[in-house]
Design a protein around this ligand. Structure first.
Ligand code: UD1
Length: 372
């Protein structure tokens, strides 16, 4: 019998990473797998559309956990995934990224003696106010196999005392999916369909609690976006957390006014987003994934955060950390206008083959553990 792995995904950024590993597993027949969807993200625009576009098979298990406070959501995932593990234990559990589903399923698995592999291990922002940083630290402490996307991750894990043989620098599976889907995305010509000219618009995403959960910060950022949009039209797919925050803060009208310049739309499917990314003059974002995608596509990126767990996007890529400080954001836009933005370099192992390297590590891992 072939070893059986659970591949766990729950929130939007997990799905692009899962897709790359599923594709590579399809080529390697020595492992069986089962997709477990926790249901952390559940709106069709945040999940179903990704499965369809990326050709991911329907989940074998759907835990339907939904939204909640961190404690409630994490606890619900642990409880429901544990029940599934008790019924039909796999030989290993593979978790991705840094969302609540990642740490919850890793914890449920190791407590039942199921070993865990973490894809995108080792990233550190060194900012413990970020929920994702806590998730990253805990998941890596639990994992038996740590698969790393950029060299900083290896350094961080070494510093934390993780045994060298558990750590493998495999590259970036999300960039596998980007490279694989880019031709299909370009055909969409999403910018033109939205009335925007390729190369003459910016793409915005915002969803971090540090940017959207405080009313004054959100108001300031929305005003600033309107200001930038007077010069360069912006398209802004609004995350559900952000639209809810804007409504709560009485800022809903700032998402609807002057739509010719600041075009606020619902969360977009993967291919539409990739199409816009590839054509954008600049991206303003607080997303970890977009920092990496802009680096791969060599599109300038203003990262609206004070720190990043993905330093390679700043050191070699096209990203610059600007926080949510209007002066730094305006200065960055001025640099962009004057053409002084770093062109960026290619990142080693972000080559479209990280999924294959992940699968090779998973196969060796199962052999070492003597799984049947
Ligand atoms: C989560 C991840 C974050 C990731 C982001 C990508 C954690 C701690 N955070 O943040 O790392 O960058 O996903 O999108 O895991 N909501 C909906 N529909 C949905 C899902 C969420 O309306 O399908 C709304 C709900 O009001 C919910 C809120 O968004 O309370 C936040 O959702 P949650 O999954 O808790 O965190 P995200 O902000 O999406």
């Amino acid at each position: 019998m072939r070893p059986l792995l659970d591949l766990v995904a729950g929130a939007r950024p997990n799905f692009m990473k899962l897709a790359a590993v599923v594709r590579a597993l399809g080529v390697d027949s020595s492992l069986d797998y089962r997709i477990v969807h926790t249901g952390q993200h559940y709106d069709p625009s945040m999940t179903d559309v990704f499965f369809e576009e990326l050709g991911i098979p329907a989940p074998a298990v759907y835990l339907e956990v939904g939204s909640g406070s961190h404690g409630a959501q994490t606890a619900r995932i642990i409880e429901r995934y544990e029940a599934h593990l008790l019924q039909t234990p796999p030989d290993g559990t593979v978790v991705f990224g840094d969302v609540n589903s990642t740490v919850a399923c890793a914890l449920a698995a190791v407590k039942l003696g199921v070993p865990v592999a973490h894809v995108e291990a080792g990233l550190r922002s060194f900012d413990r106010t970020m929920p994702e940083e806590i998730n990253r630290l805990l998941t890596d402490a639990l994992a038996d196999l740590l698969l790393v996307s950029e060299p900083s991750g290896v350094v961080n894990l070494r510093r934390e005392g993780v045994a060298e043989e558990k750590v493998h620098l495999v590259g970036n599976v999300m960039i596998d999916t980007l490279l694989h889907q880019l031709p299909a995305a370009r055909v969409r010509a999403t910018a033109r369909r939205l009335g925007l000219e390729p190369g003459r618009f910016g793409l915005v995403t915002l969803h971090r609690p540090s940017n959207v959960d405080d009313d004054a910060t959100l108001a300031m950022l929305l005003d600033l976006l309107h200001e930038i949009a007077r010069e360069l039209p912006l398209v802004f797919p609004v995350h559900p957390r952000t639209s809810a925050a804007a409504r709560r803060a009485g800022l809903g009208d700032r998402l609807t006014e002057d739509r010719d310049r600041l075009l606020c739309v619902s969360p977009l499917p993967y291919l539409e987003t990739l199409s816009l990314l590839a054509d954008a003059r600049v991206v303003l974002t607080d997303s970890g994934g977009l920092q990496e995608e802009t680096t791969a596509l060599r599109v300038p990126c203003l990262t609206l955060r004070e720190n990043t767990e993905r330093p390679i996007t700043v050191e070699k890529g096209t990203s610059r950390l600007v926080g949510n400080d209007p002066a730094r954001i305006r200065a960055a836009i001025a640099d962009l206008r004057s053409g002084t933005w770093a062109a960026g370099e290619e990142v080693a192992l972000w080559d479209g083959r990280a999924g294959e390297r992940v699968v090779a590590c998973l196969v060796a891992w199962m052999q070492q553990r003597g799984a049947h």
